[in-house]
Every structure is written in C-alpha cells, then in structure tokens.
Ligand binder design. Structure first.
Ligand code: 5GP
Length: 179
C-alpha cells in the first residue's frame, strides 16, 4: 500500500515524540487550573492522534467523540450538522477538542461555538497538524503538533476517500492516485 505515497511529511517517530511533548505541556497547564479536561475527539480523523496523545497526559481525564459534517450543497460558512453528538453533558466542564488538522478553521470555529452553547466552561484545541496558509476564519489551536504547507495529506487518521487512515505517518499521495 505504501507505494501510493510520494513523500513522507511527518514520520511516525516524530509524531510520537511531539505527542509526548504536547501531553506533558497539556498536563502541566491543566494541573495549574485544578481541573482535568474532557477530551472531545472529532471522528474519524483524530482517533489515532487521540490514542497516541492520551498515553502522555498525566491527569485523570475522560474522552468522548463527536462527528460533524458540513451541510451538503451549501458553502457551509456557518452551520454544521451533528452526525454523532456527545454521550455526556459538558455543563461546567473544561473541554480539550482533539483535531487531526486545522485547514480553513471553519469546523473548529463552529464546534467550539457549539460546545460553549452547551455550557462548557472552557474550550481549548489540540491539533496534530495545522495549515495556517489555508485559514479563512480567525481561529488558532492552543496546541499544535506540526505546521505543514498547503498540501493534501493522508495517514495517521487522515483519509483520501476513506482510505489510507492507517498509514503510520503523514504523507502526500502520488498524483496518479487521484486519477
Ligand atoms: P476545516 O474546517 O478546518 O477546513 O477542515 C478541517 C477538516 O478538513 C479536517 O478535519 C479534515 O477532515 C479535512 N482536511 C483538511 N485538510 C486536509 C488534508 O490535507 N488531508 C485530509 N485528508 N483531510 C483534510
């Protein structure tokens, strides 16, 4: 399968190392607040990153999942559809949203707004990847694994047409894969 990959942008070793650093930083920051966060991971892309990150968070945390999508056929500057909502109440709870990649920033902005409307006491964001050049709304993740250039990437949870999520690194596909 790996012969579909043109180049590796972030190796598995670097992802693990950076997740350790982020886990330590997150643990230190939330320890100071006296309250551990509920990690909310957005399906499906953030699952491998969540699994790696939580191993390095030294706090009594819990996690839950949400699945959202943009309304089909619209430009989707605003509304998102909740495909799967959280199982638990977030009233008064500090949330750490876990994302695979921040691209235009629309998803994060909407989900953050939604969680605050549900009564979360605080919403922070950790994202494995960030493509700052693509941003169209004003939002920044509080914790970022790697800034990457404006290229379509797959692996470590990220898909092309639901494929390649299980590649253990972040890579760019060969152009012929899209034909
Ligand atoms: P945003 O709302 O920030 O534009 O979109 C974020 C979502 O777009 C990500 O969660 C991801 O599903 C998708 N996305 C953005 N850039 C890429 C990319 O380079 N590769 C893949 N596979 N998905 C991407």
């Amino acid at each position: 399968m790996h012969d579909v990959v043109e180049k590796v942008l972030v190796s598995e070793e670097d992802i693990v190392k950076r997740s350790m650093e982020l886990g330590k930083q997150i643990s230190d920051d939330y320890r100071k607040t006296g309250k551990a966060p509920l990690l909310v991971a957005l399906l499906k892309g953030s699952v491998p990153f969540l699994a790696e990150l939580i191993k390095h968070i030294d706090l009594d945390i819990q996690f839950d999942f949400m699945d959202v999508s943009s309304y089909e056929g619209t430009e989707s500057i605003g509304d998102i559809k909740i495909v799967k909502d959280l199982d638990c109440s977030v009233k008064g709870v500090p949330i750490l949203l876990v994302e695979d990649i921040v691209d235009t920033g629309r998803t994060l902005k909407e989900v953050t707004r939604l969680l605050k409307n549900k009564g979360a006491s605080d919403v922070k964001v950790v994202s494995l990847l960030d493509k700052p050049d693509r941003r169209v709304v004003d939002i920044t993740a509080d914790y970022v694994g790697f800034e990457i250039p404006n290229e379509f990437v797959v692996g470590f949870g990220l898909d092309y047409d639901q494929h390649y999520r299980n590649l253990p690194y972040i890579g760019v596909l060969k152009p012929e894969v899209y034909k």
